[in-house]
Design a protein around this ligand. Structure first.
Ligand SMILES: NC(=O)c1ccc[n+]([C@@H]2O[C@H](COP(=O)([O-])OP(=O)(O)OC[C@H]3O[C@@H](n4cnc5c(N)ncnc54)[C@H](OP(=O)(O)O)[C@@H]3O)[C@@H](O)[C@H]2O)c1
Length: 303
């Protein structure tokens, strides 16, 4: 029988690409969304509203697997206290709501797979290569990711196989953070941010979706996995490569650290700092990256 996969936040960047991959692999897909959407292209939509603790229970009761992608955009607005709460609530609350439906209906799942982020390792630049054993940082993103991942423990308590995908910067055509950079770099105005020494752990969207698919299929996968290429891409390398793809060399001076901090506040640390992350665990689980080099990955996204 066809297995059903429920995606929270399935209408976003990662969810849209993942939906297409899952359908191509013979799964039926449902999406929990805040908007009114009619079924289309083989996808069924269900409504929820986290503020009112409302969820259409049928979505959960029909699901064999749940992939949790929902969450307010981390870099969408300045990090006020209110915004920080929205960022965390929009990731924790869905897990609590889904858990209560599962528990009240004595229902189980084949697996619960949740997004997380490499931001768990903290906003500082270092040569250390962070593995899944590296402790979470005490800054806002570190604590947010830690709570987000810890919230999934309720699924473990129900005996459900639970996987957390610690995602790096996702490269996709006209999507994610590249969407913001393209208009600047395309017209020759790209430059290096801050010192340029901060690492930028990246992953191509096709590889990320393939990791989610593997997390469904591979019954041995449980716990946290880094999902980023382990290379030496710093902001300077990233910026120079992007400019090179558009056929020029960077000519503008570096954007000074204090300017970024002035404009973005605390949130600027996610641009000004960055660590290397290990991909050993996901590769040991049998995953093979299609995109291991930055330039070819950027080429398919930018051309
Ligand atoms: N893209 C990246 O580079 C990256 C890197 C690391 C981690 N991640 C994580 O991966 C997940 C998916 O990322 P994405 O890039 O696909 O994000 P996205 O394009 O912003 O999509 C997120 C989806 O979450 C839902 N959502 C947003 N705020 C919500 C709220 N308050 N309540 C309920 N649902 C809400 C929205 O769906 P509806 O509007 O349909 O309700 C939205 O389409 C996120 O948790 C993100 O933090 C992404």
């Amino acid at each position: 029988m066809t297995k059903n996969i429920l995606l929270t936040g399935g209408s976003g960047f990662i969810g849209t690409k993942l939906t297409a991959l899952l359908i191509a692999n013979g799964y039926s897909v449902s999406i929990l969304t805040r908007s009114d959407r009619k079924a289309s292209m083989g996808v069924t939509y269900y409504k929820w509203n986290l503020e009112n603790n409302y969820i259409d229970e049928d979505a959960v009761l029909k699901a064999d697997y749940i992939i949790h992608l929902a969450g307010e955009g981390i870099a969408a607005k300045k990090w006020t206290d209110k915004r920080k709460k929205e960022i965390l609530d929009s990731r924790e609350k869905p897990i609590e709501l889904i858990f209560s439906v599962l528990k009240n209906n004595n229902k189980t799942l084949d697996a619960f797979i949740s997004a997380s982020a490499v931001g768990i390792y903290g906003a500082f630049t270092s040569e250390i290569i962070c593995t899944e054993e590296t402790p979470a940082a005490n800054d806002f993103l570190g604590e947010t990711c830690q709570k987000w991942e810890a919230a999934t423990n309720c699924m473990v308590s129900l005996g459900i196989r639970t996987v957390k995908i610690r995602t790096g910067l996702v490269l996709g055509k006209n999507e994610g953070f590249l969407k913001k950079l393209v208009p600047i770099f395309k017209y020759g105005f790209g430059s290096i941010v801050g010192t340029g020494k901060q690492y930028m752990p990246w992953i191509h969207i096709d590889d990320l979706c393939a990791i989610y698919l593997q997390a469904i299929i591979n019954l041995d996968m449980k716990g946290s996995y880094n999902a980023a290429v382990c290379d030496d891409t710093t902001n300077a390398i990233f910026s120079k490569t992007m400019a090179n793809v558009y056929g020029y060399s960077i000519w503008l001076p570096k954007i000074p650290t204090f300017v970024v901090r002035l404009i973005t506040g605390e949130m600027g640390e996610i641009i000004l700092t960055g660590q290397r992350v290990s991909s050993n665990k996901i590769e040991s689980a049998g995953f093979k990256f299609e995109y291991l080099n930055l330039k070819p990955a950027l080429l398919v996204c930018l051309k």
